[in-house]
Write a protein that binds this ligand. Sequence first.
Ligand SMILES: Cc1cc2nc3c(=O)[nH]c(=O)nc-3n(C[C@H](O)[C@H](O)[C@H](O)COP(=O)(O)OP(=O)(O)OC[C@H]3O[C@@H](n4cnc5c(N)ncnc54)[C@H](O)[C@@H]3O)c2cc1C
Ligand code: SF4
Length: 481
Amino acid sequence: MGDQRGFMKVKRKDAPYRPVCERLEDFSEVSAPLSPEESARQASRCMDCGTPFCHWGCPVGNFIPEWNDMMFRGDWAGAFGLLNYTNNFPEITGRVCPAPCESACVLGINDDPVAIRENELSIVEKAFDEGMVKPFIPVERTGKKVAIIGSGPAGLACGDQLNKAGHQVTIFEKDDKPGGLLRYGIPEFKLEKKILERRLSLMKEGGVDIVPGVNIGEEVSLEKLLEDNDAVCVAVGAGHPRDIDIEGRDLGGIHFAMEYLTQGNRLALGESLPREKLISAGGKKVVVIGGGDTGSDCVGTANRQKASCVVQLELMPRPGECRSEQHPWPSYPVILKTSSSHEEGVKREWAVLTKKFLGEGGMVARLECVRVEFTREGESACPVMREIPGSEFSIEADLVIIAAGFVHPQLAGLLSNSGIELDEKKNIKTDEKMMTSIGKVFSAGDSRRGQSLIVWAIAEGRRCAYNIDNYLMGRSFLPVV
Ligand SMILES: Cc1cc2nc3c(=O)[nH]c(=O)nc-3n(C[C@H](O)[C@H](O)[C@H](O)COP(=O)(O)OP(=O)(O)OC[C@H]3O[C@@H](n4cnc5c(N)ncnc54)[C@H](O)[C@@H]3O)c2cc1C
Ligand code: SF4
């Protein structure tokens, strides 16, 4: 532990955001990282508390107190070595992880938690700057071949680990470019795609074959992959969106978030799209239905496309600003989150149910809504939603984006054609070793655990790699939480 009294002397400092007027004119990342010197001061706030709950909070089990200490002492190489051992993509989690570790930080009980996520970013970016991040080229190959379906963080982490174990890995991706939601979901202003490209290049140099533009289950069958490989990992994400099936849903101008964000990411990188397919918020009154992170990404994209106004509707009531008794420390709390996109301009409404879309000339023009409340009736533990009489109102809109979450993986194609068994939520069912109902076929990430986070996808990919390595070799030396 570097400075025993660091937490008493240094206040938490977060990386500042660029001014709103500046960042709305481009799609570059909104935050400007702290200097390594300031990050090292921030690291001194870590108390090395003896029972570090941040380990428990971090799904990949990052050695947080240890690398905080190394940072503070200026041992950046040591800090990077430890970080690299547990997390395949710290430059990504260091930018966009919601940091469940910080919610579990012991200092957070009566002060601001340690800025763990930003410290992680500082370590890995310094390592990149100083040439410490190198491709991993295995000394020996095992002669075993593994195919991975899906190139999101789960598939990439699984492939990266299996390559480290010496297996020959091929990652297939149905989109034109790899990365999954890292590329086409998360906007450029949160995660610039050059960060993803830098990591993909390292993986390719290390010997991982990444093959985009191939839809497994449609263009190439799972049987064919099984013939050509010793094991397969299915990491196809949770791509089936939750719809809002109400009157007027078939009007023009109503789109799912991923249709909008995929285009937004392509446009931000200078691609041109056919005019008839273009979904742009430019000059429009935009309503985003869904108050979560995906909705917030749509708000940020719409403001950069110069929407005339943006409203975000959420069905649930406005969360409190502090932890409630339902979410005590060290659990991840449900509290009001105000993202950089919210700061850029949006009217947020909570406890609103959309009842009907109304149109003009086949295009959406208005939403009819009502306010709702949630009450517990009788002994029932679950709150029941009730419309508040007389609270009906309408909102003008010429672009509506549905960001109401994802329910399970896309079933058409691979999953319906291959007969892989699904669980009751229609996610991929596996045993405790992550093997599906088909021998040799494993699964990881959102398609197995349901819609989640990048850090969970990485953790799942790593655990799946460990299980596949064990299956192929009868033992595995890959680290796993
Ligand atoms: C808009 C948005 C913003 C988000 N922001 C954050 C954030 O800031 N922080 C965070 O922690 N999490 C965030 N998440 C969640 C996070 O992105 C996901 O939990 C994570 O990407 C899941 O990883 P995955 O590898 O399981 O799946 P995905 O990233 O969905 O990747 C699955 C890949 O499989 C491919 N695929 C599917 N079927 C086939 C097939 N048949 N053949 C070949 N390829 C196929 C898909 O095209 C896709 O590329 C966000 C999610 C969304 C939608
Ligand atoms: S990956 Fe996420 S949870 Fe883990 S240390 Fe980094 S910010 Fe915290």
